[in-house]
Design a binder for this molecule. Structure first.
Ligand code: GLN
Length: 447
């Protein structure tokens, strides 16, 4: 704990942590020392973790990087976090992110932007930017992020670390401040596959507080990392061909596929004609869900209330106008638009149908093949401000990560070398729902 506290102080300018729980972390460490002596310590004894600012912890502030949750203190702890604490993980602090998980650059945060630790003029990715930087810069061993459309995998790629988005429903969402409930997952950042697998196996599993959490038993992922059978790997032609793809990323992805072929695995090219519909589907459905989820922030129940309000209606309007950031407001507007009576069928219903097509295509492909391999992102970490005035350019950053989110299948991003500027490149692997053990074993084989 002392080691990390010192690093956090030295690297404070990266702005990864928004709050450090120094005294309570040291106290927890002392208690665990005693347990170790008695032989009663849990499976994560001594593991130091950082937690994204959208996960609730009892008695602690949670802001979701939004002014609207200013001063909000949670009365309970998220199930995922509680399970880690029960196994003696030490929570060292709360990590910066994009407001309510909306963004791909960590520029949308009331706590200010997070710097990429490899090149400080560049974004760390988002929305779990703080979580990725914390692991990359050695500010904690493992961190938790959330991934709705790529928010663990994309920052993992931009920082050269490992990041997993589990199957939707594998980890309870109880205590996670919602963005888009049918997409939200809690994921893990780490420097190696084993730590990642261990943390996920402890967090995962049924929870009475989340009726959508899966009842399927959780395998001991961290004991199943050995990979010895030939794999059947598909890659989607459209994901290695697009003009938007940085040439070095394309090359490195093709190199991995070539290597797999040479090592005796089956590698086949598959057409994915639906690729162009994946982003619009994602942004229609997630904004719709967000506009509904965020209606609870009305100046009454949580956090910020405008001091300028003079009656009930102005309290709602001013609290929301002053409390939400620009990107969040844009999404609430988009979401209410696609859900409005005159456009519901044209956008929302249509997107639900396309979601089904994408999900069926993906699941079907993943019954014929063990894995789909593709780049995590179309580019390496970009400069601050590069996409700030162009939301569509920002949304295009999620081109390769949203397929797994729309389909609900698990996906992992692992480091795949660097580009000419020394910036990390990510390789993404998808497997079928609940095949996290297989995903980790393959990731382990490739790293
Ligand atoms: N960048 C995507 C978005 O803004 C993904 C965010 C996420 O996964 N939370 O919606």
């Amino acid at each position: 704990v002392n080691h990390y506290l010192k690093n956090i102080e030295t690297k404070a300018h990266l702005n990864a942590f928004v709050e450090v729980y120094g005294p309570s972390a040291l106290q927890q460490a002392a208690t665990i020392d005693e347990k170790l002596e008695k032989g009663t310590a849990g499976k994560l004894a001594g593991m130091v973790l950082g937690i994204k600012d959208v996960l609730c912890q009892e008695g602690k502030i949670a802001n979701a990087s939004s002014k609207i949750l200013e001063g909000f203190e949670s009365q309970f702890t998220a199930t995922a976090v509680q399970r880690l604490i029960d196994e003696d993980a030490i929570i060292i602090g709360r990590l910066n992110c994009d407001e309510f998980g909306m963004g791909s650059s960590n520029e949308n945060s009331v706590h200010g932007k997070v710097l990429n630790g490899i090149d400080e003029t560049r974004v760390p990715g988002g929305s779990s930017g703080g979580s990725a930087v914390a692991v990359q810069a050695n500010l904690c061993t493992v961190s938790l992020g959330t991934d709705t459309g790529g928010s663990v995998r994309q920052p993992a790629a931009f920082n050269g670390v490992i990041g997993i988005k589990p199957t939707y429903s594998r980890v309870s969402r109880f205590g996670l401040i919602a963005y888009a409930s049918s997409f939200d997952t809690i994921g893990v950042f780490s420097n190696n596959v084993k730590d990642n697998a261990l943390v996920l196996e402890i967090m995962a599993g049924p929870d009475d507080y989340d009726s959508t959490s899966s009842r399927k038993p959780v395998p001991a992922y961290s004991d199943l990392l050995h990979f010895d059978k030939p794999a059947k790997v598909a890659y989607l032609r459209e994901t290695v061909q697009g003009e938007a793809l940085q040439p070095e990323i394309k090359q490195r992805t093709l190199n991995v596929l070539e290597k797999l072929k040479n090592e005796g695995h089956v590698v086949e090219e598959v057409n994915f004609p639906l690729l162009e519909f994946v982003l619009p589907t994602y942004y229609i459905l997630t904004t719709a869900e967000a506009s509904s989820n965020l209606s609870r922030f009305d100046g009454v129940k949580y956090g910020y209330r405008s001091p300028n309000a003079h009656n009930l209606e102005s309290m709602y309007k001013l609290s929301r106008s002053e409390g939400f950031g620009e990107e969040v407001k844009r999404r609430i507007m988009l979401g209410t638009f696609v859900l409005s009576a005159s456009y519901y069928d044209a956008y929302f219903t249509k997107a639900q149908k396309v979601r089904r097509l994408i999900k069926e295509f993906t699941e079907d492909l993943l019954t014929k093949f063990d894995y789909i391999v593709l780049p995590t992102t179309p580019s390496t970490a970009f400069k601050f401000g590069e996409h700030s005035n162009d939301p569509v350019a920002m949304y295009l950053e999620d081109l390769f990560t949203v397929q797994a989110s729309v389909s609900g299948v698990p996906a992992i991003s692992i480091p795949n070398g660097k580009d000419g500027k020394g910036l990390p490149i990510g390789l993404q692997i998808m497997a079928n729902s609940f095949k996290e053990a297989e995903l980790y074993a393959f990731a382990n084989y490739l790293t």
